[in-house]
Design a protein around this ligand. Sequence first.
Ligand SMILES: O=C(O)CCC(=O)C(=O)O
Length: 315
Amino acid sequence: MTLDAQELRLPLMAGLTAKQVEFFNAEGYLHVPDALTASDLDPVQAELEQIVDEAANRLVDEGAIDRDYAALPFPKRLIPLVKADASAAAGINFPANLGPAIFAFLHNRRLLDIVQSLVGEEIYANSCQHIRAKLPATGDYAGNLSSNEWARSTAWHQDLGVLLPEADDTLIVTSWIPLVDADAVNGTLRVLPGSHHEPLRRHVRPSGEDGGSYSVAPDELPDVEPVTVPVERGGMILLHCRTPHGSDPNRSDHIRWSMDLRWNDARMPNGRPQLPGMLVRSTETPELVVDDRQQWLAAWKLAQVSRRGARFYRW
Ligand SMILES: O=C(O)CCC(=O)C(=O)O
């Protein structure tokens, strides 16, 4: 089959097909290969490279390292830095990183077309968002990084389990987007398919040495065969908020960089009301879409104070 000139001018993809939506609804997850192009992801990566570069220069100035490791590629450069000083990773994740490229990416048309297929036209970028540098699993990182889930497995959990009960009737969709090819070796996501049809499981919080992140109580884990989902750069995994998922340790020699970004219908409770998510697409109230990054920065600044003492977790 060949595409004519008209078809070639069409966007690469405008949302999910009916079959993809059907798969998501049945299985609680969906792998979408080639969802994004290099031009969608490269600016986000360049912003992270700059953050890592600034951290390297700071550590050189402070005498924590004797060179800046600039010759190492993006998937490797942070490794020697966090072996010397864990603070090298401090600027990567939200809300330390609210840079222009990640702000623009939260409004990416191709991404939002896909999200819209699941949550509808009123799209809220939930404040529960992460950019992760999942480190090769070794025991020699500075500070507590070696015991942190960044350098070990992420235990089975449902994203709804780390949000407040107000969101129990809201479909919150996670888009899990790697910036490098993600596979079983470097710790791509694993899911328990179909178990989103069941109720939310009780979550427990293990000690810091055991990861410290909320996870499904072991006696409540659904008896379902896990599926490991390899994703090449440009692809994404979509997850239902009741789908148990996690990841194994990164057994490769490079960092598994990824983003997990959450979305819901803006008219529904979002489960993290104390932190600033934002309306990113709307036909009902387009005037409330946040398209000025300064507004987002101001909202996060205000929240640094108003969040104090607020409850974030149900357990
Ligand atoms: O990236 C990972 O390894 C875990 C991601 C995750 O748990 C999530 O997206 O909720």
